[in-house]
Structures are given as C-alpha cells and as structure tokens.
Design a protein around this ligand. Sequence first.
Ligand SMILES: [Zn+2]
Ligand SMILES: [Zn+2]
Length: 107
Amino acid sequence: MPGKHSGSELVPKHWRWALKLAAYILSLPFLVIWGITKAVRYLHLLQLAVTSSVDCSNCGNPVSLTGNWRCECGFTYSGHLMRPCPVCQRVPRIVRCYRCQATTLLH
Ligand SMILES: [Zn+2]
Ligand SMILES: [Zn+2]
C-alpha cells in the first residue's frame, strides 16, 4: 500500500497527550498545596532567623538564639543559631535550654 498517511497511528498519540494534560491539571491543586506548604515553612524559618530568642518547651525560659553554637558535625561558631553550618550545610533543628538542658524543636 502506497498510502502512508492512514491517520490511525495519530489517534493514540493524541490521546496520550490529552491524558498527560489531564494528569497535569489533576496534579495542579497538589502542586499548589505543596508550594504553599513550602512557602509557609520558609516564612517560618525566616521568622526564626530574625527572632532573637525562643521559649523553652520545658521550663518556659527564653533561650537566646545568638551565642556560641556547636553543630552536630563538631563545628563551633558564634552568632545566630538559624544559619546553615559552613561545613555540613545543616540548619539546626533544636535549641538547648541552658537552664534546664531540655531541647526545643525549632521546625
Ligand atoms: Zn528550659
Ligand atoms: Zn555542621
């Protein structure tokens, strides 16, 4: 048969494209929610980065976020707690109360 353009092969391709588009549209609300969650978390981090102290979850004593800090990797630095470690790039997740020694989760 010399006729190459039968058209029957184009239909499934078209459908696949449409299904892909439908999948994108369906996943859009999830992407938006994910984006908002990420933005809220980021804002929370930003808020912590400008906060000078947090209240201890155990005794309520305000714990200063500026001072001398020791990272899990052993690197010790002075300044604000909420900044990534220059050695391992980890951002501290907990702060230790120097009055009762209890740790408070930051984020
Ligand atoms: Zn405490
Ligand atoms: Zn570190």
